[in-house]
Design a protein around this ligand. Structure first.
Ligand code: FAD
Length: 285
């Protein structure tokens, strides 16, 4: 089923993200986690595409196929920064043959040793290609605090509008820890005539070092309420797990209460975390 149809057919949705194994040795472990998360019956599961040089890439399709066989709609990620047209056409053909209907079209991060663009510079070029014949429901990434490469949030939103005009039917946000940042972003997007559904991306932070990595990657802001949690519980794994799940749950409930219909949880291949969030929301969604 296409993600836009899922979003339209339900008053509220909850989806989870998984990432493929980086090595063959981790394959069974990851597939086990994927199967457990699928039993929670999320509205869809996204499957990431490894960054350049990351061995996880070759498994995106296998994990997406597994998700499908478990009765859950997969959203396969695809990046283009280090690909040429031929690579991308091969990937798109493989998605089509496997029955994948939903693709998150991404540029990918520019590596530090980048020596110039190949056939793609921006995700919008991949979006255009994927959406050409209407077979795929194509999504894109967006950044409530602005993409780190963009000089301002407004210029990033102008570029986001170009990506949507190229054929994005929905957007998923980078993680954020302060819902007010998301509400403000949403309103700026609507003011800029971006009307596609925007799925709120929530990361349950369950250990102190993970948050430092995640925030460094996203360039996001940690609100003081959350910072105090990390300071107090970051070095105690049991306490941090409980506090991180509670904080993410609180964010999600606030989003639904404010009329946000779609929440995507960066569940990081942790079925116990996905299950705890699902259970905390059992009477709500
Ligand atoms: P773009 O939309 O191309 O934007 C990149 C930058 O270029 C932005 O600053 C934008 O403002 C600017 N820009 C865009 N169009 C134009 C234009 N026409 N003119 C001038 N400037 C322009 N990475 C992975 O490697 N694998 C994954 O699976 C993955 N999944 C992700 C999922 C989500 C929900 C998110 C939020 C990110 C994900 N990423 C993933 C990370 C992503 O690849 C990086 O954030 C990357 O740096 C930007 O990708 P993009 O698709 O947003 O790029």
């Amino acid at each position: 089923m296409k993600i836009t149809d899922i979003l339209q057919s339900k008053p509220a949705t909850l989806s989870f993200e998984v990432f493929p194994p980086k090595t063959d040795m981790k394959y069974e472990e990851v597939m086990g986690a994927v199967a457990k998360i699928a039993t929670l019956k999320p509205d869809f599961m996204s499957v990431t595409y490894g960054a350049m040089g990351n061995g996880a890439r070759k498994y995106t399709l296998a994990v997406a196929k597994e998700v499908m066989s478990l009765g859950v709609t997969p959203l396969a990620h695809l990046t283009c920064i280090d690909s040429d047209k031929e690579d991308v056409e091969t990937k798109i053909e493989a998605f089509r043959e496997m029955g994948i209907e939903n693709v998150l079209a991404l540029r990918g991060d520019i590596p530090p040793d980048h020596e110039g663009f190949r056939d793609y510079r921006y995700a919008s070029e991949l979006v255009e290609e994927l959406s050409r014949d209407g077979h795929f429901c194509v999504g894109g990434a967006c950044y409530p605090e602005g993409h780190p490469d963009s000089p301002t949030l407004f210029s990033d939103i102008d570029n986001l509008k170009k990506k949507v005009d190229a054929g994005c039917s929905f957007l998923t946000t980078q993680m954020f820890f302060d819902n007010d940042i998301f509400y403000s972003f949403l309103s700026k997007c609507r003011d800029s005539h971006i009307y596609v559904p925007i799925i709120a991306g929530i990361m349950p932070v369950t250990n102190g070092s993970q948050v430092k990595r995640s925030v460094a990657l996203s360039g996001g802001i940690l609100p003081s309420k959350f910072r105090r949690i990390i300071d107090r519980f970051g070095s105690d794994p049991v306490a941090m797990r409980q506090a991180g799940i509670a904080y993410a749950t609180d964010q999600i409930i606030d989003l639904y209460a404010n009329g946000i219909k779609a929440v995507h949880v960066y569940s990081m291949n942790k079925p116990d975390v996905a299950e705890a969030i699902r259970s905390n929301l059992s009477g709500i969604i």
